[in-house]
Design a binder for this molecule. Structure first.
Ligand code: AMP
Length: 218
Protein backbone atom coordinates (compact mmCIF):
# COMPACT_ATOMS: atom_id res chain seq x y z
CA UNK A 1 0.00 0.00 0.00
CA UNK A 2 1.16 3.53 -0.72
CA UNK A 3 2.54 5.38 2.30
CA UNK A 4 1.23 8.84 3.14
CA UNK A 5 3.05 10.62 5.93
CA UNK A 6 2.05 14.05 7.20
CA UNK A 7 4.74 16.18 8.76
CA UNK A 8 3.26 18.52 11.34
CA UNK A 9 4.82 21.42 13.21
CA UNK A 10 4.81 25.20 13.50
CA UNK A 11 6.52 27.43 10.94
CA UNK A 12 10.24 27.35 11.74
CA UNK A 13 10.18 23.87 13.32
CA UNK A 14 12.41 22.55 10.54
CA UNK A 15 9.70 20.78 8.52
CA UNK A 16 11.31 21.50 5.16
CA UNK A 17 14.75 20.27 6.23
CA UNK A 18 13.36 17.16 7.89
CA UNK A 19 10.96 16.44 5.03
CA UNK A 20 13.87 16.35 2.61
CA UNK A 21 15.78 13.88 4.79
CA UNK A 22 12.81 11.61 5.49
CA UNK A 23 11.58 11.56 1.91
CA UNK A 24 15.05 10.54 0.69
CA UNK A 25 15.36 7.79 3.32
CA UNK A 26 11.88 6.41 2.69
CA UNK A 27 12.00 7.05 -1.08
CA UNK A 28 8.80 9.06 -1.08
CA UNK A 29 7.82 12.15 -3.07
CA UNK A 30 8.24 15.29 -0.97
CA UNK A 31 5.18 17.50 -1.38
CA UNK A 32 5.58 20.94 0.17
CA UNK A 33 2.49 23.12 -0.23
CA UNK A 34 4.54 26.24 0.56
CA UNK A 35 7.10 25.36 -2.16
CA UNK A 36 4.33 24.76 -4.71
CA UNK A 37 2.80 28.14 -3.88
CA UNK A 38 6.19 29.85 -4.14
CA UNK A 39 6.91 28.26 -7.53
CA UNK A 40 3.54 29.48 -8.79
CA UNK A 41 4.28 32.92 -7.40
CA UNK A 42 7.60 33.04 -9.23
CA UNK A 43 6.00 31.87 -12.48
CA UNK A 44 3.08 34.28 -11.98
CA UNK A 45 0.50 31.60 -12.67
CA UNK A 46 -3.18 32.14 -11.91
CA UNK A 47 -2.74 30.14 -8.70
CA UNK A 48 0.34 32.16 -7.77
CA UNK A 49 -1.40 35.49 -8.29
CA UNK A 50 -4.36 34.31 -6.25
CA UNK A 51 -2.15 33.08 -3.38
CA UNK A 52 0.27 36.03 -3.30
CA UNK A 53 -1.66 38.35 -0.99
CA UNK A 54 -2.33 35.63 1.57
CA UNK A 55 1.28 34.44 1.60
CA UNK A 56 2.74 37.94 1.88
CA UNK A 57 0.44 38.69 4.80
CA UNK A 58 1.30 35.40 6.53
CA UNK A 59 -2.29 34.16 6.23
CA UNK A 60 -3.50 30.83 4.91
CA UNK A 61 -4.56 30.45 1.30
CA UNK A 62 -8.28 29.45 1.23
CA UNK A 63 -8.94 25.76 1.85
CA UNK A 64 -10.69 25.00 -1.46
CA UNK A 65 -7.78 26.37 -3.50
CA UNK A 66 -5.17 24.54 -1.42
CA UNK A 67 -7.07 21.25 -1.40
CA UNK A 68 -7.51 21.31 -5.20
CA UNK A 69 -3.81 22.00 -5.64
CA UNK A 70 -2.78 19.09 -3.43
CA UNK A 71 -5.27 16.73 -5.04
CA UNK A 72 -3.78 17.49 -8.44
CA UNK A 73 -0.24 17.04 -7.12
CA UNK A 74 -0.98 13.72 -5.40
CA UNK A 75 -2.50 12.36 -8.63
CA UNK A 76 0.82 12.58 -10.46
CA UNK A 77 2.83 9.43 -11.19
CA UNK A 78 5.68 10.22 -8.77
CA UNK A 79 3.18 9.87 -5.90
CA UNK A 80 2.17 6.33 -6.86
CA UNK A 81 4.01 4.94 -3.81
CA UNK A 82 2.69 7.69 -1.56
CA UNK A 83 4.09 10.99 -0.37
CA UNK A 84 5.52 12.91 2.49
CA UNK A 85 3.29 15.94 3.00
CA UNK A 86 5.00 19.04 4.36
CA UNK A 87 2.79 22.02 5.20
CA UNK A 88 -0.49 20.30 4.32
CA UNK A 89 -2.97 19.84 5.94
CA UNK A 90 -3.00 23.06 7.92
CA UNK A 91 -6.67 23.28 8.97
CA UNK A 92 -9.21 20.69 10.18
CA UNK A 93 -11.10 21.10 6.87
CA UNK A 94 -7.91 20.26 4.92
CA UNK A 95 -7.26 17.26 7.18
CA UNK A 96 -10.75 15.89 6.57
CA UNK A 97 -10.40 16.51 2.83
CA UNK A 98 -7.11 14.61 2.82
CA UNK A 99 -8.69 11.66 4.63
CA UNK A 100 -11.46 11.53 2.01
CA UNK A 101 -9.00 11.92 -0.87
CA UNK A 102 -6.88 9.02 0.38
CA UNK A 103 -9.94 6.77 0.73
CA UNK A 104 -10.43 7.36 -3.01
CA UNK A 105 -6.82 6.24 -3.49
CA UNK A 106 -7.54 3.13 -1.34
CA UNK A 107 -5.18 4.37 1.32
CA UNK A 108 -4.94 6.49 4.47
CA UNK A 109 -2.57 8.68 6.45
CA UNK A 110 -0.10 6.28 8.01
CA UNK A 111 1.71 8.44 10.54
CA UNK A 112 2.07 12.06 11.59
CA UNK A 113 5.47 13.06 12.94
CA UNK A 114 4.98 16.28 14.91
CA UNK A 115 8.02 18.50 15.47
CA UNK A 116 7.42 20.36 18.72
CA UNK A 117 9.32 23.65 19.19
CA UNK A 118 8.49 26.40 21.73
CA UNK A 119 7.26 29.72 20.38
CA UNK A 120 10.22 31.93 21.40
CA UNK A 121 12.64 29.63 19.54
CA UNK A 122 10.47 29.81 16.40
CA UNK A 123 10.57 33.60 16.17
CA UNK A 124 14.34 33.59 16.48
CA UNK A 125 14.76 30.85 13.89
CA UNK A 126 12.43 32.34 11.28
CA UNK A 127 13.61 35.91 11.50
CA UNK A 128 17.21 34.80 10.87
CA UNK A 129 16.36 32.57 7.93
CA UNK A 130 17.72 33.18 4.42
CA UNK A 131 16.48 31.19 1.45
CA UNK A 132 18.16 30.52 -1.89
CA UNK A 133 16.46 31.96 -4.96
CA UNK A 134 16.94 28.96 -7.23
CA UNK A 135 16.04 25.90 -5.17
CA UNK A 136 14.88 27.07 -1.76
CA UNK A 137 17.87 25.81 0.27
CA UNK A 138 17.76 27.46 3.70
CA UNK A 139 20.43 29.02 5.91
CA UNK A 140 20.37 30.84 9.23
CA UNK A 141 22.58 33.83 9.89
CA UNK A 142 23.63 32.39 13.28
CA UNK A 143 22.91 28.64 13.33
CA UNK A 144 23.87 27.61 9.80
CA UNK A 145 25.45 30.54 7.96
CA UNK A 146 26.49 30.10 4.31
CA UNK A 147 30.23 29.95 3.60
CA UNK A 148 29.99 33.16 1.57
CA UNK A 149 27.52 35.74 2.86
CA UNK A 150 24.46 36.06 0.65
CA UNK A 151 25.33 33.06 -1.57
CA UNK A 152 23.90 29.52 -1.45
CA UNK A 153 26.57 26.86 -0.66
CA UNK A 154 24.77 24.26 -2.73
CA UNK A 155 23.98 25.98 -6.01
CA UNK A 156 25.68 29.40 -5.83
CA UNK A 157 22.45 31.36 -6.24
CA UNK A 158 21.62 34.50 -4.31
CA UNK A 159 20.05 34.27 -0.83
CA UNK A 160 17.02 36.39 0.07
CA UNK A 161 14.79 36.87 3.07
CA UNK A 162 11.30 35.58 2.34
CA UNK A 163 8.75 38.39 2.59
CA UNK A 164 6.90 36.26 5.15
CA UNK A 165 10.07 35.71 7.25
CA UNK A 166 10.13 39.39 8.21
CA UNK A 167 9.48 39.85 11.96
CA UNK A 168 5.87 41.17 11.93
CA UNK A 169 4.75 38.51 9.47
CA UNK A 170 6.56 35.77 11.42
CA UNK A 171 4.48 36.62 14.48
CA UNK A 172 1.27 36.50 12.44
CA UNK A 173 2.22 33.12 10.91
CA UNK A 174 2.79 31.68 14.36
CA UNK A 175 -0.55 33.04 15.57
CA UNK A 176 -2.29 31.58 12.50
CA UNK A 177 -0.61 28.23 13.25
CA UNK A 178 -1.76 28.28 16.90
CA UNK A 179 -5.35 29.10 15.91
CA UNK A 180 -5.85 27.04 12.77
CA UNK A 181 -3.24 24.27 12.60
CA UNK A 182 -2.52 23.32 16.22
CA UNK A 183 -5.97 21.63 16.54
CA UNK A 184 -4.64 18.98 14.14
CA UNK A 185 -2.31 17.71 16.88
CA UNK A 186 -5.35 16.44 18.76
CA UNK A 187 -7.04 15.25 15.57
CA UNK A 188 -4.14 12.90 14.77
CA UNK A 189 -3.52 12.01 18.42
CA UNK A 190 -7.07 10.67 18.63
CA UNK A 191 -6.48 8.34 15.70
CA UNK A 192 -3.18 7.15 17.26
CA UNK A 193 -1.07 8.47 14.37
CA UNK A 194 0.86 11.23 16.09
CA UNK A 195 4.59 10.76 16.71
CA UNK A 196 5.82 13.69 18.82
CA UNK A 197 9.48 14.66 18.50
CA UNK A 198 11.41 17.35 20.40
CA UNK A 199 12.36 19.82 17.66
CA UNK A 200 14.95 21.66 19.75
CA UNK A 201 17.41 18.77 19.28
CA UNK A 202 20.00 18.81 16.50
CA UNK A 203 18.81 18.29 12.91
CA UNK A 204 20.35 14.78 12.91
CA UNK A 205 18.74 13.78 16.20
CA UNK A 206 15.31 14.96 15.07
CA UNK A 207 15.50 13.02 11.79
CA UNK A 208 16.96 9.90 13.41
CA UNK A 209 14.17 9.82 15.96
CA UNK A 210 11.48 10.27 13.34
CA UNK A 211 12.93 7.74 10.93
CA UNK A 212 13.31 5.16 13.71
CA UNK A 213 9.65 5.66 14.69
CA UNK A 214 8.50 5.39 11.07
CA UNK A 215 10.40 2.14 10.54
CA UNK A 216 9.17 0.69 13.84
CA UNK A 217 5.55 1.23 12.83
CA UNK A 218 5.93 -0.89 9.70
P1 AMP B 1 5.34 27.41 4.30
O1 AMP B 1 6.51 27.48 3.39
O2 AMP B 1 4.85 26.01 4.54
O3 AMP B 1 5.57 28.16 5.59
O4 AMP B 1 4.12 28.15 3.55
C1 AMP B 1 4.21 29.49 3.18
C2 AMP B 1 2.83 30.09 3.01
O5 AMP B 1 2.11 29.39 1.99
C3 AMP B 1 1.92 30.02 4.23
O6 AMP B 1 2.17 31.06 5.16
C4 AMP B 1 0.55 30.12 3.59
O7 AMP B 1 0.26 31.45 3.20
C5 AMP B 1 0.72 29.29 2.32
N1 AMP B 1 0.41 27.87 2.59
C6 AMP B 1 1.27 26.82 2.56
N2 AMP B 1 0.63 25.67 2.84
C7 AMP B 1 -0.68 26.00 3.06
C8 AMP B 1 -1.84 25.27 3.39
N3 AMP B 1 -1.80 23.93 3.59
N4 AMP B 1 -3.00 25.94 3.51
C9 AMP B 1 -3.08 27.27 3.31
N5 AMP B 1 -2.01 28.03 3.01
C10 AMP B 1 -0.82 27.41 2.87
Amino acid sequence: MARYIVLLGPPGAGKGTQAQRISETLVLAHISSGDIFRENLKDQTELGNLAKGYIDRGELVPDDVTIAMIRERLSRPDCRNGALLDGFPRTPIQAEALDKMLVEFNSEVEAVPYINVPEDVLVERLSGRWTCKDQGHVFHHIYSPPKVQGICDQDGSELYQREDDKPETVKRRIRVYMEQTAPLIEYYQQSGKLIEVDGTQSIEDVSNEMIAALFKDR
